[in-house]
Structure formats: structure tokens, C-alpha cells
Design a binder for this molecule. Structure first.
Ligand code: FES
Ligand SMILES: [Fe+2]
Length: 273
């Protein structure tokens, strides 16, 4: 490598810095979570195929948009935990040679400052500014999406600790007349310390829990297709009647209360299962 070329390779294309409302624990968990790329970040990744995973990193082939002319790249993520830093390196394919270094600086128990430095080889000098803003815009969006996921997950984990066994689950929760309930479907109701969604499935009113058993993804607004919901965080699919995972994974929806209709009053009632 010539002196000029090596200087260019060592000059960051851009630096992106922000505070993220997440602890180091949540961030490391997120960095190791390769599976969420084409789901949570569906605008930036079309697919991911894991090649290798270990305690402090992973390597995968990713498919990048646009769908009509998808490109692939092999990327590796390597954690340096003692240095509070990780590298995302493109080993081959689109963007080969790019190294993105993310440094983590805890602010408090629930906030971390991240500094992302982009090293991108071979950028035409006339394109550097445009490319720099593309990378920064992309990372702002990725971190917005990651932050929302981490905040929800932390809130759920904290609530488990706080409420465990302290919120009474009603034996019977009346929801109103069948006619009114059907007119409102689908909708979400609080049931003890959890939330359930009521939907219509083959003419029946069915209730399912709205927290994904994998890592707590939101199931309250997902479409029901062939009796299944698909979690927007990692794409796990669950049968809303049986709770089982449609792809044979060892996790299932928490049991939901039963939906009963009083034969005399036609009132819809949620009954403890
Ligand atoms: S949280 Fe991972 S699939 Fe739902
Ligand atoms: Fe992410």
C-alpha cells in the first residue's frame, strides 16, 4: 500500500456519535444478535445467513437492497469487551474492506454514548461527503431501531422483577356484548400484569399474548396470517391458538385467557385458562 493509500485508509470517512438509552448489557446482547438484521432492520438488510458464531462475535453473509438488484457481503462482527469496542468488517462482496468501529462509553446504568467511526476504502474524493452522510443516516436509523428494541426489552425485564407474583390475574374479565366486541376487533386489553390481543379467527374470537417469548418483541400490531403471528424483531412465527412456534423452535406464546361468550347475555368474558 502506498503512503497516500494507507493514509486514506486510516482517515475515517465519517464519525457518528450519540447517546443510546440502553445499558452495556443490552448493547452487547444486541451486537451479538445477528438474527434481527433482516427483521428489525428490514429497510437495510434483505437477508442474513449465519456462517459462524462464538461468544464474542459472528460472521454472516448478508443480502443488501434493492431487492431488484440485491448485493451480498460477508461481514464479521468482533467484540473487544475490555476495550468497550467492536468492529464490523466487510470481508468480501459489496463494500469489501470497510471497517466500522463502534466504541461504547457508559453514561449511567441505562445510557451509553456510542461513537461509530467509518473506515471505507476506495471512496472517490468527490463522493466522500455524499457517502459520509449516507453512512451516518443509515447508522442513525439502525440505532433508532436498536434503541427502541432495547428499551422495550429492558422495560419488560424490569417489570418481571417488579411485578413478579404481585399483580392479580382476574378470574373473569367482562369485555362487553359480543356485537360490540366483534365491531372493535382486533384490539388489545390489559389482563393482570400482561396484555392480550383479541382477534377474529375463522369466525371465532381468539385471545393471544402480545409479548414474544423469544426476547419480548411486540405482537400487538402484527398481521394474523393462517392463524399465526410473526414477530417483527427476529421473524419467529407462532400459532395463536396453540402458542407453538411454527418453525419448531423451543419457545411458545404464554398461555392466553380463554374467550367465553355467556349463552344468555351474549357477553364476552376472558376467563383464566
Ligand atoms: S423477540 Fe425475537 S422473534 Fe420475537
Ligand atoms: Fe441492530
Amino acid at each position: 500500500m502506498s503512503g497516500a493509500a494507507s493514509a486514506a485508509a486510516l482517515t475515517p470517512l465519517a464519525i457518528y456519535r450519540r447517546d443510546v438509552a440502553a445499558s452495556l448489557t443490552r448493547i452487547w446482547e444486541n451486537v451479538l444478535d445477528w438474527e434481527h438484521l433482516p427483521w428489525l432492520h428490514r429497510g437495510a438488510f434483505l437477508g442474513v445467513r449465519l456462517l459462524e458464531a462464538e461468544r464474542d462475535g459472528w460472521r454472516a453473509e448478508v443480502r443488501l437492497p434493492p431487492e431488484s438488484a440485491a448485493r451480498t457481503a460477508e461481514i464479521a462482527v468482533r467484540l473487544d469487551r475490555p476495550a468497550l469496542r467492536y468492529h464490523t468488517t466487510t470481508l468480501s462482496g459489496f463494500g469489501a474492506g470497510t471497517d466500522i468501529v463502534t466504541e461504547l462509553a457508559p453514561v449511567d446504568a441505562a445510557t451509553t454514548t456510542i461513537t461509530v467511526t467509518f473506515y471505507v476504502p476506495g471512496v472517490d474524493p468527490t463522493q466522500r461527503d455524499a457517502m459520509a452522510s449516507r453512512y451516518t443516516r443509515l447508522y442513525r436509523r439502525l440505532w433508532d431501531e436498536d434503541e427502541a428494541m432495547m428499551v422495550r426489552r429492558q422495560t419488560l425485564l424490569d417489570a418481571v422483577g417488579r411485578h413478579h407474583g404481585t399483580v392479580a390475574v382476574p378470574r373473569a374479565l367482562p369485555l362487553g356484548s359480543e356485537e360490540d366486541v366483534r365491531a372493535r376487533l382486533p384490539f388489545v386489553v390489559a389482563y393482570g400484569d400482561r396484555e392480550v390481543r383479541l382477534v377474529e379467527l375463522a369466525g371465532e374470537i381468539v385471545a393471544h399474548t402480545t409479548v414474544c417469548p423469544h426476547r419480548g418483541g411486540p405482537l400487538a400490531a402484527t398481521a394474523v396470517e393462517a392463524g399465526r403471528v410473526t414477530c417483527p424483531w427476529h421473524g419467529y412465527r407462532f400459532d395463536i391458538v396453540t402458542g407453538t412456534n411454527a418453525d419448531g423452535r423451543a419457545c411458545r406464546l404464554d398461555p392466553a385467557p380463554k374467550v367465553a361468550i355467556d349463552p344468555n347475555t351474549r357477553e364476552v368474558i376472558l376467563l383464566a385458562g
